[in-house]
Design a protein around this ligand. Structure first.
Ligand code: TLP
Length: 351
């Protein structure tokens, strides 16, 4: 009988695919709202204040997406012709539609870090002399956790060292903290401790925390005033956004601890998938809720694996020609993990 019912897919494409729970929808329904372009939405104002306190920053600004959050920070920190140093796996370099060049007229300078993590010496070498013919190095952008790197966690000592170096050189430091929640849960390092080393941060409520929409930009009051103006200029000023803000607040309050389970689930999936002959996994990167598995030794491409798993009702992302990405999140149940493991085991057995 059950085979006649539509099966819910085991959706491991991203932690962005979660749907709001009944309780979250109720919180959204109850939220007081107003016009946020007038600064009159009590739920948005309260989320901004709450987030600023949570991260130990002077102010926060609610924005529709992580991409907008990052790009607003680049815009507010730089002038056209400036350069931004990042890792070559950074989201701002790979997945934001070339926005830095288009919207801020800055150049990204991607460096080859290890697992998305940069060394101070690499950054030192990349800084340009301030000659008029050079792009001027203005900002360093880090990502924690590193998405394309496989969910890696930036070591705090490295962040501190980069921060000290940036101060010494008069450079600014931005954090793409779309999944800083995951880094915090994995390392036990307080969110505030991570945040204190950065001039700006963008964090997402719509990834592991499971809110439907929303990110927060954090920084000093004067920085956030600048970001506010650009948000309006770019069409990101929202009106009765309070119900979204309420979902984000609900997500932080009720879903942060659940991220621990996502990490456990990912470890189980990684273990089972790694047993498939020809699959290779860099275990150093398996720390949080993202797995990047190299399938080149299996004789099948990433797209073929993705199609094969789809037939088994498991959705994954082909991340390059030879790698697939799996991401765990709150809508992946323990039962789904068991099912996925059984499917992976069936691929490990000789046919
Ligand atoms: N990442 C998405 C895709 O764009 C790859 C995903 O499915 O992981 N920073 C980081 C580190 C991200 O992973 C993402 C989303 C963003 C920023 C952008 O967030 P949104 O999608 O809200 O613009």
């Amino acid at each position: 009988m059950s085979s006649l019912l539509p099966q819910i897919p085991i959706d491991l494409r991203s932690d962005t695919v979660t749907r709001p729970s009944k309780e979250m929808l109720e919180a959204m329904k109850q939220a007081p709202v107003g016009d946020d372009v007038y600064g009159e939405d009590p739920s948005v104002n309260s989320l901004q204040k709450f987030s600023a306190e949570l991260f130990g920053k002077e102010a926060g600004l609610f924005v529709p997406s992580g991409t907008m959050g990052n790009q607003l920070c680049l815009r507010a920190h730089t002038e056209p012709g400036d350069e931004v140093i990042c890792d070559y796996k950074a989201h701002i370099f790979n997945y934001e539609s070339g926005a830095a060049g288009n919207l801020s007229q800055v150049q990204l300078h991607p460096l080859h870090g290890k697992h998305g993590i940069l060394e101070v010496d690499q950054i030192r070498e990349a800084i340009r002399e301030k000659a008029y013919w050079n792009p001027w190095t203005k900002l360093i952008a880090l990502e924690n956790t590193g998405n394309k790197a496989g969910g890696t966690v930036y070591p705090l000592e490295r962040i501190r060292a980069i921060h000290e170096f940036a101060r010494e050189k008069g450079l600014l430091l931005h954090l793409d903290g779309a999944r800083l929640w995951n880094a915090h849960i994995e390392s036990g390092i307080p969110l505030k401790e991570y945040a204190r080393y950065f001039d700006s941060l963008s964090v997402c409520f719509s990834k592991g925390l499971g809110a439907p929409v929303g990110s927060m930009v954090l920084g000093t009051e004067s920085f956030i005033r600048k970001v506010h103006r650009f948000r309006k200029m770019w069409g990101g000023g929202m009106r009765q956004a309070g119900s979204l803000a309420a979902a984000c607040r609900f997500a932080v309050t009720h879903h942060l601890e659940g991220i621990r389970q996502d990490h456990i689930h990912l470890g189980i999936l990684a273990e089972a998938f790694s047993k498939i002959p020809g699959v290779s996994i860099d275990w150093e990167t398996v720390r949080t809720n993202i797995l990047i598995a190299d399938v080149s030794g299996t004789g099948k491409t990433a797209a073929e694996w993705s199609a094969l798993l789809k037939e088994e009702n498991i959705l994954v992302s082909p991340f390059s020609a030879t790698t697939i990405r799996m991401v765990t999140h709150r809508d992946v149940t323990p039962g789904m993990i068991d099912t996925a493991v059984t499917v992976f085991e069936s691929f490990s057995q000789p046919k």
